[in-house]
Design a binder for this molecule. Structure first.
Ligand SMILES: Nc1ncnc2c1ncn2[C@@H]1O[C@H](COP(=O)(O)OP(=O)(O)OP(=O)(O)O)[C@@H](O)[C@H]1O
Length: 232
């Protein structure tokens, strides 16, 4: 269970509070107006931001003070965060050996398997710049697979891809997360993404990240804050 317990974050005039739990293995969309705090919420879970009050717990263990690299969270951003000067093999190797260093034969094999899994078999020597946007997204997903963390946080990772490619990538995320048994938190501006991908949705609006509700029901009868955002 991911628990955000009476969490409160403030920065200047801005504040965000959350008091909710999310079970392992679920796929959850995070939706809400621009600037409402969707990325802030993910950053609090991942440990890039520190709350002013409250706690973040995973499976009952308090991780509020745990640094990002020690948290059970893998992040996928739109910009992929692949190192441009390193081959895919070396970029992905960092998931297994964050300090760098030579991979064992077994680790190299794991990297190749992860690349195969996302449809990039045979491309391990390529640098990110020699890949298409879709291929870079796949490589970032292969890294997530290698990190094998139980929480997967995606901050609009495929917004720059075309609609068909985005659907393909979300399907692949669904498969990879299913294999890992990971809880997926997907920030998206697209209600279609939420409907297709996530059984539950957390609405972030007016300074509150609300407890998750059934995605279908939320969009079928949206509350006022969501109606305005959807332009209804
Ligand atoms: N680096 C920053 N410095 C100061 N304020 C920031 C910074 N990043 C975000 N904020 C503010 O924090 C609040 C929440 O921003 P956040 O990026 O979490 O919203 P969001 O819902 O993810 O928005 P969007 O959908 O536009 O990406 C906003 O009021 C924003 O202006």
């Amino acid at each position: 269970m991911l628990t955000l317990e009476k969490l409160r974050y403030t920065e200047g005039d801005y504040s965000l509070s959350a008091d909710l739990t999310l079970p392992p293995g679920r796929r959850v969309a995070i939706i809400g107006p621009s600037g409402a705090g969707k990325s802030t919420l993910l950053d609090l879970v991942a440990g890039f931001l520190t709350p002013r009050a409250g706690r973040v717990l995973w499976q009952g263990r308090d991780m509020t003070a745990t640094p990002p690299d020690k948290r059970p969270v893998a992040m996928l951003f739109q910009q992929n965060n692949l190192f441009p000067h390193l081959s895919l093999a070396r970029n992905l190797g960092l998931a297994l050996r964050p300090g760098g260093g030579r991979l064992t034969a077994e680790e190299t094999h794991k990297v190749e398997q992860a690349l195969e899994r996302v449809g990039l078999g045979g491309l391990s020597a390529r640098k990110p710049g020699a890949l298409s946007g879709g291929q870079q997204s796949r490589a970032a997903l292969a890294r997530v697979l290698l990190q094998a963390r139980p929480i997967l946080a995606l901050d609009e990772p495929f917004a720059a891809l075309g609609p068909a490619l985005k659907v393909q990538m979300l399907d692949l995320v669904q498969e990879v997360a299913g294999e890992l048994g990971a809880l997926v938190l997907l920030v998206s501006h697209d209600p279609q993404d939420a409907r297709r991908f996530a059984g539950e949705t957390v609405l972030v609006a007016e300074g509150v990240a609300h407890p998750p509700v059934d995605t279908q029901e939320l969009f079928d009868s949206p509350p006022e804050a969501l109606r305005a955002y959807l332009g209804q």
